[in-house]
Write a protein that binds this ligand. Sequence first.
Ligand SMILES: O=C(CO)[C@H](O)[C@H](O)COP(=O)(O)O
Length: 219
Amino acid sequence: MTQDELKALVGQAALDYVVPGSIVGVGTGSTVNCFIDALAGMKDRIAGAVSSSEKSSERLRAHGIRVLDSNTVERLPVYIDGADEIDHRGNMVKGGGAALTREKIVADLAERFICIADESKLVDTLGKFPLPVEVIPMAATQIARRFKKHGGDAVLRAGVVTDNGCHILDVRGLSITDPAGMEAEVSQWPGVVTVGIFARHKASVCLLGTAQGVKTLTF
Ligand SMILES: O=C(CO)[C@H](O)[C@H](O)COP(=O)(O)O
């Protein structure tokens, strides 16, 4: 199966986790696009969606799915999103699509994070995928210097301005052996909006697309 077929497979499988009548938390990325397209088939059985990016909102609306402002929602039963990497404990690196801040905000509203990913995303240790960090533009160089002390090489993602008007640093060369510790530390650096480590908001379930079908990992 191709990577796109695996993404379609897990996008479809995620429908089993959608609670009928509820508002669904929807992430961002090519795997989530497959989920949104599958969700269109049951749009009359959900109360709408809260989305983590303008791109996903557009796609949801194009399918006739109502997109709600996150400020009007108190709790979501599930948040369904992809990942750039996920480890065997459900910790993730996210932000390849530059939507990490809103992803963390919507994930924080949800009871459960359902991660959908193809098997190439499963790793023993996070950090091979360059770690995305959303930053206030004036702090970018300062934050890059801090990463250097941790052995990380931070590069500004060229031409990218996030939905929040900020910039993205991609940090190479990290071995994230303590995801929760690193998330907590980097989150406190002045100018960091969001670090793309999802340890506090790790996955409850990962639907992993494999050549043998969908493998369900629970954490
Ligand atoms: O974090 C994300 C966007 O900010 C995505 O979930 C992540 O980049 C995975 O994307 P894809 O499904 O296209 O591989």
